[in-house]
Design a protein around this ligand. Sequence first.
Ligand SMILES: [Zn+2]
Length: 222
Amino acid sequence: MPEVLPGIHIVDGVDPSPEFSTHVYLVKDKGASWTLIDTGLPGAHAAIERYLAQQKIEPTAIKKILITHLHRDHTGSLKPLANRTRAKTYAHWIEAAFIANNPPYVGPGTPPAEPFTVDETLKDGDSIDAAGGLIAYHTPGHTPGHTSFYQPERKILFSGDLYFVDDGKVSLTPPEFTHHGLTALISARRMNQLSVDSLMSYHGGPVLKNGGHAMRAFTHQY
Ligand SMILES: [Zn+2]
């Protein structure tokens, strides 16, 4: 699935098997540069570089790499991609510590494959000059420092693993992969306050239209 919305690509070919679907988002900035949101499993960088070549995007045109959380399927190719693109890397300050393996993450979901120190740590409410202007929202629960990225102008929410999407239906990521489910639910309720048109989830894929409605349909069950 290449360009799903103007300037927003889902990188093809990063999944090791059809049963495990990840969605690495490549997003055009306001200028000529690009932003990558999450990096896939270890080894996914080869597919990402192939995709960039297909799209005639120079790896060094990626100026920022944003990480939603520490899990290996999001940070697996961070190091090789940071080296190849020379992009500035960002994660929430709690996740940044776990990604650096200091202290090592203990909990559900797979920890990072190798330690990496991000360039910039984020906190709730930070503005990031990327992808047309993003706001970082700390959305803990799935992991302690899980972060979602909101593009207010276009009402797009990059939600990492806060949600799981199945055939356009939104739920929370299953508890066996989640650090604290009730906290994730509270984060989801908070995201309901935002006006969301497109919900860009990492697993199960995006809800391109009426994403906010799909989010609320789920949280109203509680
Ligand atoms: Zn995760």
